[in-house]
Design a protein around this ligand. Structure first.
Ligand code: NAP
Length: 304
């Protein structure tokens, strides 16, 4: 059986890739904080900035592919802790992607829609990235390092990833748990993205491994929408009170780092390879089928 190495297996996306991957691979996955338990997955501790340790792990596990979901992606924190953000998101990536080549493994770097400036929206792979914040700069550098190591390596760009995760909140679980508790939340009307259901993104990434051509692939939900519109769809679908979601403009939130206004993605290229992420309404329905909101205990943590 071939081995799959998942960096960031303790995260929302990495956990889904590890669980799904374990159906056809021997999976080794990394964590930094508490060691997760996923049946059929061996967890190893790794901080990506300790690049020598990461390189040794790739050599030792000899995977046929490395899926790199590990990131520092709290956008405002990246703006303040620039050296660390660079090391985690960009610096170590090239070294790991080069070691992957030495052992004949394909490297998939999970990037972001935040590589774009957000002036246009519905971005395709050939559109020129122009990040407006440091997080986007580090992820773009990670993309370049991956593809410089080998033209066979892959970059997958999702946007606003959501799904069930008991270890940290993501946009959807934050909205749903706040509305359930009757806590009003402010949600911006002027940031547009393409909500990406983590489970179908994980499946898409595993399918991507079979695509012969390396390069950049957008893997996001089909519809572009504001965070506010997505939040209202979520609360309506789960039978909660939409009045809990208060529309605000991003300028009212006084965020440290600027955000792209419309970084929605076109995933037409992936679709030509028969890879598609569920549209938002179907992703929300899939969440409802997976479990009830009553069984969800909101974790204290948000994203890394
Ligand atoms: N979430 C979004 O809306 C979104 C949108 C577009 C792109 N992305 C990209 O998609 C990927 C996955 O995102 P996600 O939502 O699954 O993130 P997540 O749930 O916050 O998980 C992040 C993962 O990265 C690990 N990590 C953080 N800092 C690390 C470090 N210094 N060294 C090694 N591992 C580290 C975390 O480990 P511990 O938990 O064990 O600390 C965790 O496993 C990221 O590359 C992100 O940039 C995310």
């Amino acid at each position: 059986m071939e081995t799959l190495l998942v960096l960031g297996g303790s995260g929302l996306l990495g956990g889904k890739v590890a669980a799904l991957g374990s159906e056809s691979f021997k999976v080794v996955a990394t964590h930094r904080g508490a060691k997760p338990k996923i049946p059929g997955v061996d967890f190893v501790e790794l901080s990506k900035e300790h690049v020598e340790e990461g390189m040794a792990l790739v050599r030792k596990t000899k995977p046929s592919a490395v899926i790199d979901t590990a990131a520092m992606h709290n956008v405002d924190r990246c703006e303040e802790e620039r050296d660390l953000a660079w090391q985690v998101n960009a610096g170590s990536t090239g070294s790991l992607a080069r070691v992957a080549i030495d052992i004949g493994a394909r490297y998939v770097f999970v990037s972001t829609d935040f590589v774009f400036d957000g002036r246009k929206g519905h971005y395709r792979e050939q559109d020129v990235p122009r990040p407006v914040n440091y997080y986007g700069e580090t992820k773009l550098a990670g993309e370049h390092a991956t593809l410089a190591a080998s033209g066979d390596h892959l970059v997958a760009r999702p946007s606003v990833i959501y799904g069930w995760d008991d270890t940290r909140l993501n946009f959807a679980t934050w909205v749903l748990s706040s509305a359930r508790e009757g806590k009003p939340i402010n949600v911006v009307t002027d940031w547009i993205g393409s909500p990406t259901f983590a489970d179908s993104l994980a499946a898409g990434i595993l399918q991507l491994l079979k695509v012969p051509d390396g390069g950049v692939y957008h893997l996001a939900g089909a519809d572009g929408m504001s965070r506010y519109d997505f939040a209202v769809r979520l609360v309506n679908a789960f039978g909660l009170d939409p009045a809990m979601v208060k529309p605000v403009r991003s300028a009212d939130l006084h965020m440290k780092a600027p955000r792209p206004a419309d970084s929605s993605l076109s995933s037409a290229k992936a679709k030509r390879h028969r890879i598609a992420v569920l549209p938002a309404d179907e992703g929300i329905e899939a969440m409802k089928e997976q479990r009830s909101l009553d069984s969800f205990v909101p974790p204290a943590r948000f994203k890394s």
